[in-house]
Each structure stands twice: as C-alpha cells, then as structure tokens.
Write a protein of this length. Structure first.
Lengths: 199, 199
DNA sequence: GACAATAACTGCATCGAGTGCAGAATTGCA
DNA sequence: TGCAATTCTGCACTCGATGCAGTTATTGTC
C-alpha cells in the first residue's frame, strides 16, 4: 500500500471521526458538510471526493456486512437447506451489530427515527443488500431455487426481522443504549423465526 | 366545500399533471421545481405549500392505498386467521395498481430503478405503511397477536412480495408496460405465498 | 536528486432544493 | 361594501452537490 493510499485511508477515517463528533454534539441537520470538512482539516470540496453525499458518511462500513453475509452463504454445508443458510447469513449481519460499540452505529439507530434522509438511505441500502444476498443464495442452489424464489425467501426473513424490530425500537424510543438495541435485534430475530415457522 | 378548498384541489391536481407531463418528457432530475410551478401557473414558492418536496408529487395518492388496506383489516370475518386477513389487505393494495392506468404510477416504477431519491422515499413510505398495518392488525386480534408479532407477520409478507418483485422487475428492465408490471405483481404475490407457506 | 507524469486537493462559480419573511391578492363573512 | 382570514408570491438566503481550473503532492524513471 503506497503512501498515497495510506494517506487516503487516514483522511477518510478523519472525516468519519469528525462527522461522528459533530453529529453527536449538534445533530444531523444542524451539522453542515463545511463544518465536517473543516474539523477534518480538508477543503469542503474534498469531502465530496471521499463521500458522494452527507448521508454516506453514516454508512461508511455497511458494505463489509453484506460481504460477510455473502461469505456465510458460500460456506454452506453440502445438504443444508436454503432457509438455514439464509438464517446463518442474516445472523452474521446481526452480530456485526456488536460493532454497536462504534459510535456511528449508535447514531445510525438514533437518526433512523428522526432524519428522513437517513431513513431513506438506510432503506435503500437494505433493499440493495437483500437483492444481492438473494442473487448469491439462488446461485448456491442451482436448479433447486430460482432467483425469484430466493428473492421472496430473503425478503420474508429480512422483512420479518425488520418488521418486528421496528415495533421494538418504537417502544425503546429515545434510547441509544447499545445493549438494549442489541437485545431488541435478538428478540426480533427470535419472534420473526417463530412467526415464520408456524403461519 | 368552499370555493377556496375547491380551488386548492384544482391547483394540486394541476401540479401533479404538470409534473407528470414534464417527468415523462424530460426525466426526473432534468425537471426543476421551478419548471413544474411555471407549467402549473403558480409561483415556485407556492409549489412548496402544496408539496413539501419534489419527490412528494410522485406519491400524491399513496395514502389512499394504506387507508384501503386498513379498511380491509377492519372487515375481517369473526374467526378468520391473521394471515388470511393480512393477505386480503395486501391484495387490496396490489389491485390498486390498476391505478396503473395513472401515468404517474408508471413513472414511479420507472424512476424506482433510476432515481435514488425516489427509491429512498418509496422505501420509507412502504416501511411506514407496514408499521401502520401491523398496528391495526394487532388491534384486530387483541390478546391473540402482540404488536411485535404483527410487525413480523406483516414484514414477512410484504418483504416476500417485494423481494420477489424486485427480481422480476429487474428482468423486465427498461419496460414501463403497465400490463407487464401488473402481471409481475401477481406473480410475485403467488411465489411469495408459496415460499411463505412451505419453508 | 532532478523531472515529467499522474493523482489528489482546493477555491470559485454555479445550480437546484428548500425555508423564512413580508407584502400583495383573494376569499369568506357580516 | 368593508374587514378578517387565507393564500399566493417574490426576495433573500442557506445548504448540498457538481464542474472547472489551477495548485500541490506523490510516484516512477532516468
């Protein structure tokens, strides 16, 4: 890795940290890109060569989770049924919420309920990730599972979990407590499974 | 209904029509709010007293669908199981796609794949609607279905359908043909049901 | 170590979405 | 007709985002 690359990684990190700091202190809408850039000691214009938009900073690590889920699918046992593989893959994503130690992850949960732009972007990312997972799931079961079926299966699982989670987080209201959020994710997964397995 | 109200309705309609026309001709991003306002013969500033944002114009009638779904839930038979009621409610929303005769609905499908802002907003609306339906579903089965369970159930159904639909629409690519889209919705529902009923 | 090529950074000008404000125009009602 | 309540509108402004052009830093080569 060249100096250039290392520097770029460092700057990227600086932007995320500066943004985290400011978002925590002032909130999302009240923080301007110019302020983030200034805090990260770069020009405002440079910010946009690292992130295409302000929301993007909040989802800097999201790609890694999808990659992890896809890897989990690839690691399927020879005769493991699709639903089981999918469950393992989604648990992987959920566990990554142990990354909830990350302050940005906490902010994400908080802004999910208050900032439309963040909510919309999150929904879009989830949707895309779901589509990607479905693609790989279908590929892992050639001849056995069409891509459309894989899409339905993935959608059902993810939908059930997020549907339950939405209700739980509503009740949790106004709290950012990482432990509580994690517990909610676990509970949502359990309930989703129960509901899914006996219609 | 006073003259004032009637005029307001008429203006709202004029905005939607003007926007539809321009979106069809020039695309979403290429159409500015100022142009829409001019075509609807109002000031740019006035546009924002009818719609809070540019995307909102595309979802002008969306509320009606959610209301219809909720009504379907209220009409449940005395001993109808939750899953059946939910299915009826969601079919109601799907049928409303016969509203696909509406040019704006066609645009929605088209921009869903091409314009991030529209995609995000659509996801958010779906999410909120889902939450609302879950709330009513739980209320329709007091003591029998907790709100969290209702959330999981609704999420699973909606997720399965949209998951399957996403794949189907991808294949349909670049086509706006209303009939094809409707057929895709039906197929998605069928597959979702099949997947859902035998895990 | 000097040098050219390449990539990254930056300020500037610009556009479009969205908001607050204050005054003009319109409608409702007596 | 006259007055109050709404609605419409232009204006000024903020902020996110993009294109452009000039400057600076990094890299590989001689």
């Amino acid at each position: 890795m060249s100096l250039r690359d290392r520097k770029r990684v460092r700057t990227r990190q600086a932007i995320v940290e500066a943004a985290t700091e400011l978002f925590e202190k002032r909130g999302y809408d009240e923080t301007t890109v110019a302020e983030i850039a200034a805090a990260a000691e770069i020009g405002t214009r440079t910010f946009f060569s690292y992130f295409t938009s302000k929301e993007e900073v909040m989802f800097a690590e999201s790609d890694a989770r999808v990659v992890a889920a896809i890897k989990a699918i690839a690691d399927r046992a020879p005769d493991e049924p699709p639903a089981s593989v999918l469950l393992r893959a989604l648990r992987t994503v959920g566990e990554d919420s142990d990354d909830m130690g990350s302050r940005m992850a906490a902010l994400r949960v908080r802004f999910l309920r208050t900032v439309p732009a963040v909510r919309g972007r999150a929904a879009q990312i989830q949707f895309d990730a779901q589509r990607e997972i479905a693609r790989h799931l279908a590929a892992a079961y050639p001849g056995e599972l069409t891509e459309v079926q894989a899409g339905a299966l993935t959608g059902a699982f993810v939908g059930a979990v997020t549907g339950a989670l939405a209700v739980l987080l509503d009740d949790l209201s106004e709290q950012d407590d990482p432990a509580a959020v994690q517990a909610a994710v676990r509970e949502a997964t359990d309930i989703a499974l129960a509901v899914y397995l006996k219609p």
